[in-house]
Design a protein around this ligand. Structure first.
Ligand code: 5GP
Ligand code: ZN
Length: 115
């Protein structure tokens, strides 16, 4: 828990978030500014700032998070058409919230390479 962190505050219930899934390790919330018809943020309950701050032992929730991403896509009905899981690490990649998270995007055609 980091006191200034918006995702820690959503996890603790201090500020509202539309939670679509949670368990002991991860929480999935609707993005406040969706970039696709389906846009969820997969967030570990443990506060870790960026991908570069991962350490041994984080494989557990990280692998689990990927399973959860696929399960949400199936449950919400956009798995078969295709979806994207994205992690932005540091400023040039577009990271704006310093609690590691993975975007789950689906429900529309997506171009490559990403902007
Ligand atoms: P990043 O730019 O760090 O990869 O992604 C941060 C994401 O968090 C953005 O897509 C942004 O819309 C979302 N976000 C920022 N603040 C909030 C918030 O208070 N609630 C929710 N649900 N999403 C947020
Ligand atoms: Zn946090």
């Amino acid at each position: 828990m980091s006191t200034n962190c918006v995702f820690c505050k959503i996890i603790s219930g201090d500020i509202p978030g539309h939670i679509v899934y949670q368990d002991d390790l991860v929480v999935a919330i609707e993005d406040i500014n969706p970039q696709a018809p389906h846009h969820y943020l997969l967030v570990p309950k443990k506060h870790i700032a960026t991908t570069l701050d991962l350490s041994e032992g984080d494989e557990t929730w990280l692998g689990h998070l990927y399973l959860v991403a696929g399960n949400i896509a199936k449950e919400k009905g956009f798995a078969e058409e295709g979806f994207r899981v994205v992690n932005n690490c540091n400023a040039a990649a577009g990271q704006t919230v310093w609690h590691i998270h993975f975007h789950l995007l689906g429900g529309r055609e997506m171009s490559w390479p990403p902007g």
